[in-house]
Design a protein around this ligand. Structure first.
Ligand code: ADE
Length: 232
């Protein structure tokens, strides 16, 4: 999979060279390219924002650098158009199902907005280059899209076949079957007078599976009852 990220703070993404996603890049499973939006400016100050038409607080990201970035990373008339994602608190909420869907794509382009947002015409232009998605990490406001995009890339990247060594570990996680994960324990069997639930030491695989399922249901009912009602 190819992922391009456009940001005015490219060094936010340095952390994505670590761990599993770093390995996926060195083995060639993931081609992750981070771009500085200011490289598509032409003035001495590398300006990316300006005051809003109609007045109001804050600054708006200018369309011109975004247009040039799209021309390069999502050219018009391509026969393999990318999916272009703008993180935004005003977008659809990102779920595990969103990560699963986007992990199927060949090419993703993430455009990180800052300030009060991006000139609206950029979204219209982007829609001529591929499918455009506005995606929110959740119902809270971040200073910009970078942290949201890092989270999305990590959630998507680990679902690309070959990125996580043991694919079975993906199946048993929270949200994969619509429930929270069951509790896990390792040695020692007694730690600070706290015992591991005896059933896990019983060797009875059927009983262990049933206990884990019950724990998943109980946790989900208690912590996230919304998941038992929702489709996601
Ligand atoms: N940018 C600012 N807040 C955001 C959020 N909650 N999700 C995605 N992008 C954002």
């Amino acid at each position: 999979m190819r992922i391009d990220v456009i940001s005015i703070f490219p060094s936010y993404f340095d952390g994505l060279t670590l761990s599993l996603l770093g390995k996926a890049q060195s083995t060639g499973i993931l081609d992750l390219q981070i771009h500085d939006l200011r490289d598509w400016t032409h003035d001495r100050h590398r300006t990316v924002d300006d005051t809003p038409y109609g007045g109001g607080a804050g600054m708006v990201m200018k369309p011109e650098p975004w247009g040039l970035a799209l021309d390069e990373l999502a050219p018009a008339g391509s026969d393999s158009p990318p999916t272009i994602i703008f993180p935004s608190p005003a977008g659809e909420v990102f779920h595990q199902s969103t990560a699963r869907e986007l992990a199927q794509r060949e090419h993703l382009v993430f455009g990180c907005g800052r300030y009060e947002g991006i000139d609206e015409r950029v979204f219209e232009e982007a829609a001529t280059r591929g499918e455009v998605r506005l995606i929110s990490l959740g119902d809270y406001v971040l200073n910009g899209g970078e942290v949201a995009v890092m989270a999305m890339i990590e959630a998507i990247g680990r679902l690309i076949p070959g990125v996580v060594g043991n694919p079975e570990s993906l199946v048993e996680e929270s949200h994969e079957d619509g429930l929270l994960e069951y509790p896990s324990y390792t040695k020692p069997s007694v730690w600070r007078e706290r015992e591991v639930p005896p059933i896990l030491l019983s060797g009875n695989h059927g009983a262990i599976a049933a206990w884990r399922r019950e724990q998943q249901l109980e946790r989900t009912r208690r912590r996230r009852p919304d998941l038992l009602r929702d489709e996601d």
